[in-house]
Design a protein around this ligand. Structure first.
Ligand code: MSP
Length: 658
């Protein structure tokens, strides 16, 4: 039996829209970590899934005219959905949980009841602010400029009867956990959590854990009308997916507590404060670590924060290959910090590391083995040359340096160590000048064979350690350099001379072709712009005002049918049209309107429009405007559209609209 076990999780995703490369970031890191542990011989459980309840999903489903279950089913399972994206990104998870799975739902009901029965969940009334996109409660004082401090979006008033979790009871234990252990990393996140949420004014507040104003959630079975707060429901996925409070699985004993939960920094609060407090309430062991990654930023802002500010992983994977994309994400940004995504950085990383350094090393080495020895190295060698020492010692020590970084989740540093060896190996080619040796094979053949063998070994060691990041490309490289299963293992990465002396090499396809930066940038921008447009809602209309207007106030507005006698562009303005209108009084009325973008003056003459005529006159570009024309506005594919309200010609000028 394998007693080396490793349980790692990634956040379960809200299936509320299309996933972008920012979402893929944390999951690719989790996959790389899981593959690394498997490579090291661990029995790994890698859990991911979807977090399918909550008000946001219920609202979106209503907008789409489907049930919430249909809505989430579609996003999880449809082409381009969550499962599809993980397949595309080559994410090898061991288990996938959906919080709408029956076993999870009933487990959450039991958990809620247990916490209620032990006195940690009590009934009260919630009054405060709620951010629907983040499914987070806030007090007035926590808001930033009146908006959600996490995502910057509008919050709504929430007032309802609710159950509360006695988080306050666990404040001291959670503070101790954060301050005095390695539970939360990077360490830089600890102070923010403790200062803002535990040692803040009023201390750690009890958490509202049920809602009554909507129904899409796990029902509280002993109090109909309440559904469990989505974060309590979601966080326990890490245990229900192992079989906690259900018979579907039986892995709690084997894998709990988790070795590490990975997540983006904005949800560290839930994982490092409420999650341990929930577990303390049930006397369950705590996960060993939670690690908050940084965000992928686009133009300085969090990717995914607004429509159009996203990068489509399908587009990039199709153009450069999934491995190049996975590699770029892990190589370019330190996992704990924010990173600026740009097409330029992506192409530059592919060109520098993959095409120039790794691709070149593999293709030069295999090409020379074919050219000089027909692909099969002779066993006669002149090894132990003075030029070999530094390459061999650098490559032989690589696994240790790499492991040190991987254990700290410093993926970019682990890759940096590998690339130091790759660069050294490329330099070794230049130092040994195989093409010069090949000029006199009788004298130098044995030395040339040794040089090529050392290069193959350097490639092999690096490739073993690249498996977690680029599994498919590594398989191709192994095939090219003639590495069998035994030469692809973790143990073999710390050994030199594992390839057979008479190794067979086949030069294969060029794994990472160089990209023409300027041509590609232009092409990518065009494609991404088109995708952005296509992703915009076809028609978007402004939400209706919630504030009511009383009838008497409304009746004070005087709307009239007006007939256009003449219409012309206002000089020096590209927006304004000047209308002379018949309003039925016998005196011409002049109105200026900023609609030149949508209408040519001549097409409006003779039309009957609607105007509000008792607004105070105002000056525009030095001319008086006596009222306002009424139009309908909406947004289509991101473009503002406007239509003047036109009425039947049979309606006489001056008729009152009421
Ligand atoms: N459903 C919750 C997680 C519940 S875990 C018990 C959630 N879902 S999410 O879909 O909004 O986000 C999933 C993950 O994607 C989070 O870790 C989040 O930080 C991450 N990211 C979303 N946009 C991101 C970037 N632009 N960059 C990096 N990670 C990003 O939160």
């Amino acid at each position: 039996m394998n007693d080396k076990k490793f349980y790692i999780t990634t956040p379960i995703y809200y299936p509320s829209g299309k996933l972008h490369i920012g979402h893929a970031y944390c999951t690719v890191a989790t996959d790389a970590m899981a593959r690394y542990k498997r490579l090291c011989g661990y029995d790994v459980m890698f859990l991911t899934g979807t977090d399918e309840h909550g008000q946001k999903i219920e609202d979106k489903a209503r907008e789409a005219g489907v049930t919430p279950q249909q809505f989430v089913d579609d996003i999880v399972t449809a082409p381009g959905g969550v499962l599809d994206l993980w397949k595309l990104m080559n994410i090898k998870y061991d288990r996938f949980i959906r919080t709408t799975d029956a076993y999870h739902v009933s487990a959450i009901q039991k958990i809620f009841k247990q916490m209620h029965d032990n006195g940690d969940i009590y009934k009260g009334a919630y009054k405060g602010k709620y951010c629907k996109p983040c499914e987070s409660f806030w007090t007035e004082s926590q808001l930033v400029d009146g908006k959600c401090p996490d995502c910057g979006r509008e919050v709504v008033d929430a007032e309802e009867e609710a159950y509360f979790f006695r988080a306050s009871k666990y404040a001291d234990r959670v503070r101790d956990l954060l301050m005095n252990t390695d539970f939360l990393e990077p360490k830089s996140r600890v102070n923010e959590m403790v200062n803002n949420f535990i040692d803040c004014e009023g201390g750690l507040q009890d958490l509202c854990v049920s809602r009554t104003s909507f129904t899409w959630g796990v029902p509280v079975d002993f109090d109909p009308g309440h559904v469990v707060y989505v974060w309590l429901d979601a966080l326990f996925n890490y245990m229900t997916a192992l079989g906690y409070q259900n018979d579907k699985y039986n892995d709690v004993e084997k894998f709990w507590p988790a070795d590490v939960h990975f997540m983006g920094k904005e949800i560290v609060r839930f994982h490092s404060i409420y999650w341990p407090a929930f577990l303390m309430s049930l006397n369950l062991p705590l996960p060993k670590k939670v690690y908050g990654s940084g965000w992928l930023l686009l133009d300085g802002g969090k990717m995914g924060k607004s429509t159009g500010n996203v990068v489509d992983p399908y587009l990039l994977a199709e153009r450069y290959g999934v491995d190049a994309l996975r590699f770029f994400l892990m190589r370019s940004f330190p996992f704990g910090s924010d990173g600026n995504f740009s097409n330029e950085l992506l192409i530059q990383t592919i060109n520098t590391d993959l095409a120039n350094d790794l691709g070149n090393l593999v293709s030069r080495t295999t090409a020379m083995a074919e050219k000089y020895f027909g692909g099969k190295l002779p066993e006669a060698r002149q090894a132990d040359h003075e030029l070999d020492g530094s390459l061999i010692s650098l490559a032989s020590g690589l696994r240790g340096r790499y492991e040190e970084q991987m254990e700290k989740f410093q993926f970019h540093n682990a890759l940096e160590e590998i690339f130091k060896v790759i660069q050294r190996a490329n330099k070794y080619i230049d130092e040994n000048a195989p093409w010069a040796l090949a000029k006199d094979m009788d004298a130098n053949g044995a030395r040339l064979a040794a040089v090529l063998y050392n290069l193959l070994e350097a490639v092999r060691v690096c490739t073993v350690l690249l498996i977690p990041f680029m599994p498919e490309s590594c398989d191709k490289i192994f095939a090219q350099i003639g590495a069998d299963e035994a030469a692809r293992t973790w143990d073999s990465a710390a050994q030199w001379g594992v390839l057979p002396a008479a190794v067979s090499v086949t030069k294969g396809e060029n794994l990472f072709p160089r990209i023409d930066m300027s041509k590609e940038l232009a092409e990518l921008e065009k494609l991404q712009e088109a995708a952005k447009k296509a992703a915009l809602p076809a028609v978007e209309i402004e939400p209706q005002l919630e504030e009511q207007v009383d009838f008497d106030t409304f009746c004070k507005s005087d709307f009239r049918a007006v007939k256009v006698k003449s219409c012309e562009n206002v000089k020096k303005s590209d927006k304004l049209l000047k209308f002379i209108l018949d309003d039925g009084t016998g005196v011409d009325r002049q109105i200026l309107s900023g609609i030149a973008k949508w209408y040519k003056p001549e097409e409006l003459v003779g039309k009957t429009l609607v105007a509000i005529v008792n607004l105070p006159p105002r000056k525009m570009m030095g001319r008086e405007s006596q009222g306002m024309l009424i139009s309908a506005v909406h947004t289509e594919k991101g473009e503002e559209c406007l239509h003047l309200l036109m009425v039947d010609d049979a309606i006489p000028a001056g008729a009152k609209l009421c």
